[in-house]
Design a protein around this ligand. Structure first.
Ligand SMILES: [Cu+2]
Length: 467
């Protein structure tokens, strides 16, 4: 009796929970209402079966409960019952699958005249490409990828010249126009999913997959990588902004083509040196950093990272949080760099300075057990920052080896308290913000930094390994 009541209560609780659940669909923003319909059909059918089967179970438990005057009967076969069950189950399964097939038919047939864009996934960020005025995208190949050509486009293909490259995790689309998304991965499996659009698809290295939709609602929607296998796909966030035709055109006019970015000027080190004059007061003549002024070591850092940080400081993506006192100082200085060319030049000069080894600090006198703990933690960081903390352009993660411990600590604390990595426009910082949560307390931060401290002397980590 008690069990029958528990079963009935579980059924009622499940149904109530289904309707009051906070995890409901986001409001739809595309043409794919048919997907919602199929999901609703699935819910109704499985819901009906759930109630019927559990109701029957409760009834049977109650009706045939133990009675010492009653004996169970053994009946291994029942043709009639089996036929009925088979027929009902077949109808149920067909009703589950058929609407899905109809929708799948629509999903794989892209309407004629749909716009196209390409979404490129890589560990762990998104970038995008549009075909430009000729409406055709140029050839791309993995072998052609480099710092100068991150999309790996063929510079000799006439179709690639006017391709528009969006080196950002934010893509814009005009409202009410069907669009086909071509999906390309640089490295591993990824997954393109915008919950409000209802459609999603895997990116598979070596081939181009696709999906299509018509955005029907303006707004800024989060793009997720819903790949489960592998590391850190949840940090791979982006945005799709659905604009009015007019705003879309405005955005499009600001983007640069492949030929423009491919022919961008190299850094002029001499001009960069002159510009660096105003930075030396804080960062030091050799860009060796100055703890008293909280200004980090910069020498030897990669150009792409320096350029990104300087633009961030300039446009408020870093250093505009009201608790970020040091960042604010730097933001004021970054505004002195008048344009992208100045930023490139000063970054080029800083990069050309050779990195000095870190000042002897606590990191050099830490215990071996601390280093072992630190190394364990650092294994996570190595995916992006490199085994030797050397940085990696492909994961957008800067060099950490050789950086002073006080600065590393400050930045990790800034990430953890949302001072860095949450401001609008800080695309890559957000990834690091999510990763900083791997360090559960201050001791963990100290340990990992102690280990990073050993990386600037290449023989040291081996010693730790052999323990
Ligand atoms: Cu991914």
């Amino acid at each position: 009796m008690a069990i029958a009541i528990v079963i009935i209560l579980l059924v009622i609780a499940s149904i109530v929970f289904h309707f009051i659940s906070p995890w409901w669909f986001t409001e739809i923003a595309s043409n794919w209402t048919a997907i919602d319909t199929t999901i609703n059909i699935t819910f109704w059918i499985t819901g009906f079966v759930f109630v019927a089967v559990n109701g029957f179970l409760a009834y049977v438990v109650f009706r045939y409960r133990f009675n010492k005057n009653r004996r169970a009967d053994y009946e291994p076969e029942n043709k009639k019952l089996e036929t009925w069950l088979t027929v009902i189950t077949t109808i149920g399964v067909a009703a589950l699958l058929a609407p899905g097939l109809v929708v799948w038919g629509k999903f794989v047939n892209v309407p004629d005249g749909a716009d196209i864009f390409e979404a490129v996934g890589q560990q762990w960020h998104w970038s995008f490409r549009l075909p430009g005025k000729d409406g055709k995208m140029g050839r791309s190949a993995v072998e052609l990828m480099s710092e100068k050509n991150p999309f790996g486009l063929d510079p000799n293909d006439p179709f690639s010249q006017d391709d528009i490259l969006i080196n950002s995790n934010e893509m814009h689309l005009p409202i009410n126009r069907p669009v086909k998304a071509l999906l390309r991965s640089k490295d591993v499996l990824h997954n393109f999913a915008v919950p409000q659009f209802r459609v999603k698809m895997d990116l598979v290295p070596g081939l181009t997959s696709y999906l299509w939709f018509t955005p029907t609602r303006q707004g800024r929607f989060e793009l997720l990588c819903e790949e489960l296998c592998g590391m850190a796909h949840y940090t791979m966030r982006g945005y799709v902004v659905v604009d009015s035709a007019e705003n879309y055109q405005k955005w499009l006019d600001q983007q640069t083509t492949f030929s423009q970015s491919y022919q961008a000027k190299q850094a002029d080190i001499q001009l960069g040196q002159q510009l660096y004059g105003s930075c030396a007061a804080c960062h030091g003549q050799q860009a060796q950093g100055n703890k008293v002024l909280n200004a980090p070591k910069l020498a030897g850092q990669s150009i792409w990272y320096l350029k990104r940080q300087l633009s961030y400081f300039k446009n408020g993506a870093r250093g505009s949080h009201k608790q970020d006192i040091y960042g604010q100082q730097m933001a004021t200085m970054a505004k002195l760099l008048v344009d992208d060319e100045a930023i490139t030049n000063v970054a080029g000069y800083i990069n050309s300075l050779s990195q000095l080894s870190p000042a002897p600090t606590a990191a050099n006198i830490v215990s071996k057990s601390q280093l072992i703990k630190g190394q364990k933690l650092y294994n996570n960081c190595a995916y992006c920052h490199g085994k030797l903390g050397q940085g990696n352009f492909n994961t957008n993660a800067p060099k950490l080896a050789g950086q002073d411990d006080w600065y590393l600590k400050k930045q990790l604390l800034n990430y953890q308290s949302n001072i860095r990595g949450r401001l609008k426009g800080d695309i890559y910082g957000n990834q690091m913000l999510l990763m900083s949560k791997l360090l559960h307390d201050e001791t963990a931060i100290d340990n990992v930094i102690a280990y990073i401290g050993t990386l600037s002397k290449p023989q040291k980590p081996k010693e730790v390994n052999s323990l």
